[in-house]
Each structure stands twice: as structure tokens, then as C-alpha cells.
Design a protein around this ligand. Structure first.
Ligand code: EPU
Length: 417
């Protein structure tokens, strides 16, 4: 199993290009199931989760063709299966995003129920309730969701909790339902807007994407289209935090600063100097980082997917601060590893208290999820001596060549095979 070795203490300098967003590419790939014509997606990041989603779509009967340079063509001319099996769903929860499109197109879907994961219980009850509102009969049998609907009917759907993939599943289903669907308390994340841009290019009729109220008028058929996926805002935030914690000055390009308002505001409060261009950011690390509290919240707030990386930064900040995680109940698995490096961090329920700055010393570390692994790499950049991060497959699920990109910025980092 690959590991990453980081020798800390080197400031970053240079430029880094941001890849397409994993969490936009995954629903976009599922949306291609709604049409029987080819859909071409550009700016797809070649990360593990994308390969897993390609396998899910192929198992359903779609032809998936990866081309050089991050382009993928998916053609779901006919489908031969309506099942997302346990073996694939257990490796990637986002496989549940085929539920809405399959129901809309085939009138049936059988999708393994994902279990809990490293960051929380993560049920999909809200997806299922919403699809029932659209007329689906939903049953859970033998660990599988079985859903049937002759033709989905537009309905008013009100989510009790903001759910990103839940909103995406309902939008995709509603695009081919009969009549109008209105989603209230919809997720406002840029990934939702990206999905709706693709669906509109395919002939979908959607208003209000990016607001809590989305209106979808169902159509009989969707057609082929070409779409470029938005830049990855969490990858962008990760390089911002990397520069802030390692020191130095970098330029991040091919990104969308307007998607990072919550992160940019917070990092500026900590003293990081950030200049914004239309699709680039210049970042300069401060000499003294100010300890600054943060609470995660749905977009446009501070994203839960940046919480772990921000914690790595706060270990090097002067003073005491709290980080409160409101989205997932178990997303502090990196705390114990940061403590092994010498950080003064204590987690109690949903809040972590960090006292800094503490010198970090390199260690052998292991993380249990994608963003926690990124946090440990960042901590390694600031630590003295050598840090080894095990289980690099977590990073490979969502970061395109993070070791190469950081090396390009002057970090002493390598992948050990
Ligand atoms: N929730 C329910 N019931 C549901 C759905 C969600 O109780 O039916 C709860 C969840 O347990 C959680 C909260 O609602 O407490 C929000 O979860 P959400 O459904 O929004 O999360 P998700 O759609 O499963 C996506 C991203 C995550 C990201 C979250 C929050 C994708 C593929 N995944 O997950 O990304 O953390 O939104 O922004 O888009 C990552 O990339 O590392 C990652 C975990």
C-alpha cells in the first residue's frame, strides 16, 4: 500500500493548477443516465472515486470512455441493469446518486444501502422520503433500497436538513418526472449549480439552482450535451491552508474564488494575505497566524470538507480557538493523530479546542478519511523531521496527485510505493 513521506520545514512557492471538482463530477456522471445520447464532460479529475463511479455506470450498461486531459464521454444508450451493488456502494457512498436517475429513466432502482462511514452515520432517509413524495414506492430489503415508480410525479419536497446528494438525487429524478417539482431548503452548494448547468444543457428545465428553492419542470426526454466541470473548491482551500501552514507565497490558478467566500474570509481573519483574481488566488502566509474560531455550516458557510485542514493550520496559530463541526457527528478522527505530533488539541463532542502554536514533530500517521488525510499531510509540512502518512488511497480518492502538486510548490514530499 502506498504511503506519503513529507519532510517538513520548507516554505511553499510557485503555482498550482486546480483540478475539476470531484463532488461535482460524481453527480454529473450520474446525470448522464438520464439521456440515451452521449454526454461529454471536461475537467474531470482523474481520482479514484471517479473510476469507481465509472464502474458503477458500466455495471448499469453505460459505455464510459476516458480520454486524455480529463475528458470523459458517457453513453447510456440502453441500460441492462438497475442495480448498484453492495461491493461498489460500500467503497463509495456517492454511488447512491444513481437512485434518482434510474428511477426516472427505468422506473425501478435497486441500490445497496450505504452503511455508516468514518465521519458519521450518514443515513439516506431524506433521499428516500423525497423520492417517495415524487410517487416512488420505496422499500428496504436485505440491505438494499428497492424503489419503483411507473412515472414519477412532480411534487413539493421540503428537506428537514440540508443534504447535498439528497438534493442532487431529487433534481435528477424530477427532471424526467411528470409536472413540476419544487424543492425547499435545497442545498445551495456550487456543485448543485454545476449539476443543474449540465442538466439544462441536456434539455432540463430548472430555476433557482444555488438558492434554497429550486423549481424543476419535468420533460419527457433529455439529450446529449457537453459540459465543463467546475474547479474543485475544496482542493483550492487545501492548497490555501497548505501555504498558510508551511509558510511562503503561492499562486493558485484555474479556481473559482467566488466559491470559497467562507474559507477566504476565515483565512484572512487568521492573517493570511490573499489577493483574488477572476480565476486565481495569490496567497502569502503570515509571520504570525492568529487563532480564530470556526463553525462548519452548509454553503456559503465554512465547509465541513475544510475543517480538518483548517485544524492543521490552527495548531500553528497563536492563542486558543475552537472548531465546531455541525455537519457530521464523527469528523474529528484527525485529532488523535495531530496530538501524536505534539499538537495541543482536545475534542469534546462536536467541538475541538486548540491551543497553539505548538511545535509539531514528524511521525508515522494514519487517517481514516479523505480530508483527515489531507490534514495530516499539511501538518507534516509544518512539522520538524519526517512524517509518513499511511493509507494514501484515502487521498487518492479525491485529490489529483497531491504529492506531485505539493512537490511542484517546493515541498519535500514523495510517494513510497
Ligand atoms: N443526512 C441525513 N439523512 C439523509 C442525508 C443526509 O440525516 O438522508 C445528514 C448527514 O448525516 C449529515 C447531513 O445530513 O449529517 C449533511 O449530509 P449531506 O447529505 O449534505 O452529505 P452528502 O451529500 O452525503 C456531500 C459531499 C461530502 C460533504 C457533504 C457536506 C459528495 C459526493 N459528498 O455528502 O463530501 O462533506 O456533502 O458538504 O458530494 C468529501 O468530499 O470528503 C465529502 C465527505
Amino acid at each position: 500500500m502506498d504511503r506519503i513521506r513529507v519532510l517538513g520545514g520548507r516554505p511553499l512557492e510557485g503555482t498550482v493548477r486546480i483540478s475539476g471538482a470531484k463532488n461535482a463530477s460524481l453527480p454529473d456522471m450520474c446525470a448522464t443516465l438520464l439521456a440515451d445520447e452521449p454526454v461529454v464532460l471536461h475537467n474531470i479529475p482523474e481520482v479514484r472515486d471517479i473510476c469507481t463511479m465509472a464502474r458503477v455506470l458500466e455495471a448499469l450498461g453505460a459505455a464510459v470512455d476516458f480520454r486524455v486531459g480529463g475528458t470523459i464521454e458517457i453513453h447510456a444508450r440502453t441500460l441492462r441493469s438497475i442495480e448498484a451493488p453492495y461491493d461498489l456502494v460500500k467503497t463509495m457512498r456517492a454511488s447512491v446518486l444513481v437512485l434518482g436517475p434510474l428511477l426516472a429513466r427505468e422506473g425501478r432502482a435497486r441500490v445497496s444501502l450505504p452503511g455508516g462511514c468514518a465521519i458519521g452515520a450518514r443515513p439516506i432517509n431524506l433521499h428516500l422520503q423525497a423520492l417517495s413524495k415524487l410517487g416512488a414506492e420505496v422499500d428496504v430489503q436485505h440491505g438494499y433500497v428497492e424503489a419503483i415508480a411507473k412515472r414519477l410525479q412532480g411534487a413539493n419536497v421540503m428537506f428537514d436538513t440540508v443534504t447535498v446528494t439528497g438534493t442532487e438525487n431529487v433534481i435528477m429524478a424530477a427532471c424526467r418526472a411528470q409536472g413540476e417539482t419544487v424543492i425547499e431548503n435545497a442545498a445551495c452548494e456550487p456543485e448543485i449549480v454545476d449539476l443543474c448547468d449540465l442538466l439544462r444543457a441536456m434539455g432540463g428545465e430548472i430555476d433557482g439552482a444555488g438558492t434554497p428553492r429550486i423549481r424543476i419542470r419535468g420533460v419527457d426526454r433529455l439529450h446529449g450535451a457537453t459540459h465543463a466541470v467546475m474547479p474543485d473548491r475544496i482542493e483550492t482551500g487545501t492548497y490555501l491552508a497548505a501555504c498558510a501552514v508551511a509558510g511562503g507565497e503561492i499562486e493558485i490558478y484555474a479556481c473559482r474564488p467566488d466559491h470559497l467566500r467562507g474559507v477566504l474570509d476565515k483565512l484572512r481573519e487568521t492573517g493570511v494575505r490573499i489577493e483574488e483574481g477572476p480565476d486565481n488566488l495569490r496567497v502569502r502566509a503570515p509571520r504570525v497566524i492568529r487563532a480564530t474560531d470556526v463553525t462548519t455550516s452548509p454553503f456559503p458557510g465554512f465547509p465541513t470538507d475544510m475543517q480538518a485542514q483548517y485544524m492543521a493550520l490552527m495548531t500553528q496559530a497563536s492563542g486558543t480557538c475552537t472548531i465546531t463541526e455541525t455537519i457530521f457527528e464523527n469528523r474529528f478522527m484527525h485529532v488523535a493523530e495531530l496530538r501524536r505530533m505534539g499538537a495541543d488539541v482536545r475534542a469534546d463532542g462536536r467541538t475541538a479546542l486548540i491551543v497553539g502554536p505548538t511545535p509539531l514533530s514528524g511521525a508515522q500517521l494514519m487517517a481514516t478519511d479523505l480530508r483527515a488525510s489531507a490534514c495530516l499531510v499539511l501538518a507534516g509540512l509544518a512539522a520538524s523531521g519526517e512524517t509518513i502518512v499511511e493509507r494514501v488511497y484515502h487521498l487518492d480518492r479525491g485529490y489529483y496527485r497531491i504529492d506531485e502538486k505539493l512537490r511542484g510548490l517546493g515541498a519535500d514530499i514523495e510517494r513510497l510505493k
